[in-house]
Design a protein around this ligand. Sequence first.
Ligand code: TYD
Length: 207
Amino acid sequence: MRGSFVTVEGCEGSGKSTQIRLLSEKLAADGVDFLVTREPGGSDVAEQIRSIILDGKNSAMCDECEALLYAAARVQHLKEIVEPALEKGKLVICDRYVDSSLAYQGAARGLGYGYVETINAYALEKCPPDLTLFLNISPKAAFERKHGADKDDRIESLGLAFHEKVYKGYLGLLDKYPRICAVECGGSKWETNERIYLLLKEKGIIK
Ligand code: TYD
């Protein structure tokens, strides 16, 4: 049987990596056959595209080029890593996916959801997530928790106003795509993780 595909989304510093790590520990203890991967990247070719996109020296990159590179890395990663794992029946957990493009390039860069949906047709039609967890914490709260942004990262260093637009972009997706569940992150990381674990059970992703 085909496995389940779960994606994790949120603004910079929303705690995706920590939550994925804590969830992995629980899944391993439960004996679940799962794979954790990330975007942009997750395969050799896609990681090379990632380094071009995020390189602080590439300030000349236009918004369309950026969106197309994310989409290119995504299809490569899907075909090489995600789809074969799903076919083997694994639960695939991906740190960021197409909703990052909708929020960052579609909303914050201003290309629009429609443009981003068009160039990501493969991901949206052939491999839509079964569940998307949106870690719901505002960029201001996230940056305060993280003590500032990474200045060498072309996207992360864009400033609070940009990241507020990203956040609004995510909120705009909640009604449009019912597969996206907002996870409140107000409490401790353990509380957030318990919420995520219960959500996976509730949605029938794990037993
Ligand atoms: P990364 O260091 O993985 O950031 P994070 O730990 O916050 O996930 O870098 C990925 C960056 O790329 C991040 O700033 C979000 C951005 N991004 C997009 O703008 N569009 C996309 O489609 C994806 C997948 C990521």
